[in-house]
Ligand binder design. Structure first.
Ligand code: PAF
Length: 269
């Protein structure tokens, strides 16, 4: 109702989709939406269809009261906090033809994950009808998948990708960071340190060598275990020639297990 009212007055509507457990990274998305839009909607919904692991869904942090506080301090116009029944009154059986962009990396490791993301984001887009939607680059591949879904569904929505926000020690902000115990929280910043050092390393090495360098350097820290590190084309998410030099238009995406917590991060070359 409030959204329709704002639209009827010609307001530019911005949507920041989240799964709650809001941190400064989310607030930076909201701040950007505030600067660029007249009316800002934030959705706060832990979407079950994008979890391919029941334990991950069960333990996903839920901090609704603190989220509401942060949203109101950030000047959000509408906080949309639906129940699972509201979003999925019946099972969502839609299968999106997301193509190659969704088949690699997270798509390969988490079967069904991106289809679930496409389901919820398309529902939110249809409900809110925003002019712009804001996503963090920590989930770099997710943005490419959402662009593909937008193209498939014909949404006229500007997808705005926003830089990763980091803790002072370099760890990419993530709702999952609160699940790290003290010992693992202390070693987690190694991921970003290694990625940063790989930019220098890459100046005199190939993609294949740089991938090996990052994987070995992260795994050398006890408690960190790389699931994958891949340097890909930043638009298509496809692997680039291992003998090429890392450079413009390439991004290195990593997933690391840190004390049972799955962390992701990336770096542009
Ligand atoms: O990035 C996230 O938090 C989620 O994948 C999103 C986009 C809010 C969809 O549930």
């Amino acid at each position: 109702m409030a959204i329709a009212d704002a639209k009827s007055k010609g307001a530019v509507v911005g949507l920041v989709p989240t799964m709650g457990a809001l941190h400064a990274g989310h607030v930076s998305l909201i701040d950007r939406a505030r600067r660029e839009c007249d009316f800002v909607v934030v959705s706060d919904f832990v979407n079950p269809t994008q979890f391919n692991n029941a334990e991950d869904l069960r333990t996903y942090p839920r901090t609704e009261e603190a989220d509401c506080d942060k949203m109101s301090k950030a000047g959000v116009d509408v906080a949309f906090i639906p129940s699972v029944e509201e979003i999925y009154p019946e099972p969502d059986t839609r299968v999106f033809d997301l193509g190659a962009v969704a088949e690699v990396m997270e798509g390969a490791m988490r079967p069904g994950h991106f289809n679930g993301v496409a389901q919820i984001v398309s529902k939110l887009f249809a409900l809110v009808e925003p002019d712009k939607a804001y996503f963090g680059e920590k989930d770099f591949q997710q943005i490419a998948v959402i662009r593909r879904m937008v193209e498939l569904e014909g949404f006229k929505i500007d997808i705005v990708d926003c830089p990763i926000l980091r803790e002072a020690d370099g760890l990419a902000m993530s709702s999952r960071n609160v699940r790290l115990d003290a010992a693992h929280r202390a070693i987690a910043p190694t991921i970003h340190k290694v990625l940063l050092s790989s930019v220098d390393y890459a100046k005199d090495h190939t993609v294949g060598e740089t991938e090996r360098y990052v994987t070995e350097a992260i795994n050398a820290t006890e408690g960190l275990e790389t699931e994958y590190y891949q340097i890909v084309d930043a638009l298509t998410m496809q692997a680039v020639d291992a003998s090429a030099k890392p450079g413009d238009g390439m991004v290195g995406c990593v997933t690391v297990y840190c004390g049972g917590v799955r962390l992701i991060d990336n770096i542009k070359y």
